[in-house]
Ligand binder design. Structure first.
Ligand SMILES: *Cc1c(COP(=O)(O)O)cnc(C)c1O
Length: 365
């Protein structure tokens, strides 16, 4: 059958998602399983979003609004921009694909970093586009190294900020310098899936760059801080001219009606966002304190997850934790063979994670 398949697809490594709770229960015969593997919101979905969806459940016989009129209007007000500055997507994953298909010619390339969101590389390969990866510097995006990879054929740059899986970020100053020397024919995409968790002062306000330059696109998502990962809703903010071309490259009904209703309501749910932020910051402080006490090395994170060097093979660690019903993410795919990434959970989940981690490390030493 292989001869039927295009060579770029043969060379694409499939995305490995976080292991689902139900599958783990089934396979290991466990009753109580927690998932700290996909950076989801541990506090559930925004209740306002859930209510809004209930109201439109009986209309799902109708196609969704192809233009996402009300959601774009709401987003425009939220960010003090215009509705035509927004493209909606079936998760920001879809928008990564739309960006590549809209802007990158077959002989052009994409630049990003090593050890970042794997979808950039996977989607580039599926589209048969070349992607070049600059090394990280102290586990951080190295914008200087990225600049060195930019050539005449570079069309897109993906910068995950904060980065997944490291939880590190590039500062306002670094980005200002970077944009000052970058050729204007290159589109820079800031993927800000975790922006609502950031609590540092020098995190860039990417929208301020967007007001001054046209070669900027910003990706945001409802999957993390708004707790709507299962609905698949993300968006791109950019110059209205660029957005209009991207609109051509999407499917007409890419964002379903429940997601549109939920998105509108979630943006109003300030209380849920506040609680989520508070819970994540407290959970992170707890985990960092405990990990330090255990003498483990981990990265300081501005997102809702922590990358930890367990000093053991990460797949072994993953399997050992799984037996106790705790799903984490091993970093083998990223080439970090002793690291696991843990999503900050509820207080109870965090405590259980630490308990299990201690137990395993003690058993093995
Ligand atoms: C989780 C995540 C996303 C969000 O993807 P969706 O398709 O919107 O769920 C995007 N970028 C990064 C870096 C992520 O970690």
């Amino acid at each position: 059958m292989k001869e039927l398949v295009r060579s770029n697809i043969l060379n694409t490594k499939p995305y490995v998602a976080g292991k689902p709770i139900e599958e783990t229960k089934r396979q290991l015969g466990l009753k109580n399983v927690i998932k700290l593997a996909s950076n989801e919101n541990p506090f559930g979905p925004s209740p306002k979003a859930v209510n809004a969806m209930k109201k439109c459940l009986s209309d799902v016989n109708l196609y969704p609004d192809s233009q996402g009129f009300y959601l774009k209007k709401k987003l425009a007000r939220h960010f003090s921009l215009q509705p035509d500055n927004f493209l909606l997507g079936n998760g920001s994953d879809e928008i990564i694909d739309i960006l590549i298909r809209t802007f990158v010619e077959p002989d052009e390339n994409i630049v990003t970093s090593d050890c970042t969101f794997l979808e950039y590389e996977i989607i580039a390969q599926v589209n048969d586009r070349k992607i070049k990866k600059a090394p990280l510097r102290y586990f951080k995006y190295d914008l200087g190294a990225i600049l060195k990879l930019v050539d005449k054929r570079t069309k897109l740059i993906f910068i995950a900020n904060p980065n997944n899986p490291t939880g590190t970020y590039v500062t306002e100053y670094e980005i200002t310098d970077f944009l000052n020397v970058l050729p204007s024919g290159v589109l820079v995409v800031f993927d800000e899936a975790y922006d609502n968790f950031v609590d540092v002062d020098d995190y860039p306000d990417s929208l301020s760059y967007l007001r001054r330059k046209k070669n900027i696109a910003v990706l945001k998502t409802f999957s993390k801080s708004y707790g709507l990962a299962g609905l698949r809703l993300g968006y791109c903010i950019a110059d209205s001219g660029l957005i209009s071309y991207m609109e051509r490259a999407r499917q007409p009904f890419n964002v379903n009606s429940l997601a549109q209703a939920a998105g509108i309501a979630a943006l109003d749910d300030k209380e849920f966002l506040r609680k989520t932020r508070k819970g994540v910051l407290e959970g992170k402080a707890f985990l960092c304190r405990e990990l330090s006490r255990m003498g483990l090395v981990f990265l300081s994170s501005v997102a809702n997850f922590i990358l930890i060097d367990t000093g053991r093979d990460c797949l072994e660690m993953f399997k050992a934790m799984l037996k106790f019903g705790v799903i984490v993410r091993d970093m083998k795919q990223y080439g970090l063979k002793n690291f696991i990434r843990v999503t900050i959970g509820t207080r109870k989940e965090n405590e259980r994670f630490i308990r299990v981690l201690k137990k395993i490390l003690k058993e093995k030493s």
